[in-house]
Ligand binder design. Structure first.
Ligand code: NAP
Ligand code: ZN
Length: 352
């Protein structure tokens, strides 16, 4: 067992505080990673607050991890000591079910192992509860470790491991191409990456936002247009014109107005709110053969493809760096819609 310094919450009402966690010893197929940077995802806040009803405390969040390999097990073939690597939302899966065989480990039929608040399949630590990247090091099966293209700024690359893949995957799955009109709802951590990816894929990309003050930023990030969702007149102008909409709103909301923006036979993919939504009118789908779909992060193969795409197109996230002891304020600011557009923790600040 290894003792590792971390930052976590003892219960939903507690602030995150420094604590010591125990991780399993390295096994043959593992790499040990010294964590350099970790992004702050809105999911970290949902998990800490037990919004999904499955929290097991203490929770040490963090699934946008960039670090350096400090040790590699005897059977590790992809990485060596000194490599710069990434870890996202999963650290294991059964690797035998049909989803895993199809490179869709996020949908593992036996349950993927979440980077935090998951159940470690290997065991050997004090408990089999997994702890995330708000910590100084992590031990992970090499299959769930990613290579980071050398040209990317490592701090700004960290959120690619969740915000990046969560937005890249649906755009990739629905084969977004040049000439498509794509809407991205919500300009936060996920949304700002949705804009960058959709634009890089050649789509006419429209930011759909509740915040008129973000219009300038949306354009700087690559949006060709901005649609203020609270403005009924503007929404009407764009009615029936979108080939695809990516909805990143993190909370319960009315999706009917967004569905009215879709063309016949088009899809809106939900990646944000994992909770009951406000009632959807059947007519919003029936009149136009429209679809509402969902998407969860992405498999390991696709995550590496996304990172390589970022390397080729020089895509990283817009970030604000923080020290570990600023995390509770950062959580408040994310909930107050006050982040441009992702906090990243400099993990040096935990070690010193
Ligand atoms: P975030 O940084 O807080 O951004 C969310 C954005 O949604 C806000 O900036 C805001 O943008 C908009 N918004 C907030 N409340 C709204 C409301 N009531 N109505 C309409 N728009 C609203 O969050 P994030 O980190 O991007 O995460 C977004 C959600 O995705 C979270 O729920 C997270 O748990 C989830 N998530 C899912 C996956 C997956 O695999 N499916 C992966 C990671 C995260 P505007 O100001 O532009 O309106
Ligand atoms: Zn996340």
């Amino acid at each position: 067992m290894q003792q590792v310094k971390a930052y976590g919450a003892k219960d939903k009402n507690a602030d995150l505080k420094e604590m010591t966690i125990k991780r399993r010893e390295l096994i043959d197929t593992d790499v040990q990673i010294d964590i350099l940077y970790c992004g702050v995802c809105h999911s970290d806040i949902h998990a800490k607050n037990n919004d999904w009803g499955n929290a097991k405390y203490p929770i040490v969040p963090g699934h946008e991890i960039i670090g350096k390999v400090t040790e590699a097990g005897a059977k590790v073939s992809k990485f060596k000591v000194g490599d710069i690597v990434g870890v996202g939302c999963m650290v294991d899966s059964c690797q035998t079910c049909s989803a895993c065989e199809d490179d869709l480990e996020q949908f593992c039929e036996n349950g993927m192992t979440g980077t935090y608040n998951g159940k470690d399949r290997i065991g050997g630590a004090e408990s089999d509860h997994t702890f995330g990247g708000y910590s100084s090091s992590i031990t992970v099966n090499e299959k769930f470790v990613l290579s980071i293209p050398k040209n990317l700024d490592l701090r700004a690359a960290a959120p690619l491991l969740c915000a990046g893949i969560t937005t890249f995957s649906p755009l990739n799955h629905w084969k977004i191409k040049k000439g498509d009109k794509v809407g991205v709802v919500g300009l936060g951590g996920l949304g700002h990456m949705g804009i960058k990816f959709a634009a890089a894929m050649g789509a006419e990309t429209i930011m759909i936002t509740t915040s008129p003050g973000k219009a300038e930023d949306a354009k700087r990030l690559g949006a060709h247009g901005v649609l203020i969702s609270k403005n009924a007149g503007e929404m009407k102008e764009h009615q029936g014109t979108f080939d695809f909409i990516l909805n990143t709103v993190p909370v319960k909301h009315d999706i009917n107005p967004y569905l009215s923006l879709l063309k016949r036979d088009s899809t809106m993919c939900m990646v944000g709110a994992i909770e009951p939504l406000e009632p959807m009118h059947g007519g919003s789908l029936i009149l136009g053969r429209k679809r509402v779909a969902g998407s969860l992060i992405g498999g390991m193969k696709e995550t590496q493809e996304m990172l390589n795409f970022c390397g080729e197109h020089n895509i990283v996230c817009d970030i604000e760096m923080i020290n570990m002891d600023e995390i509770n304020t950062a959580f408040e600011r994310v909930q107050g819609n006050d982040v441009k557009y992702r906090f990243v923790i400099d993990m040096k600040s935990l070690k010193n």
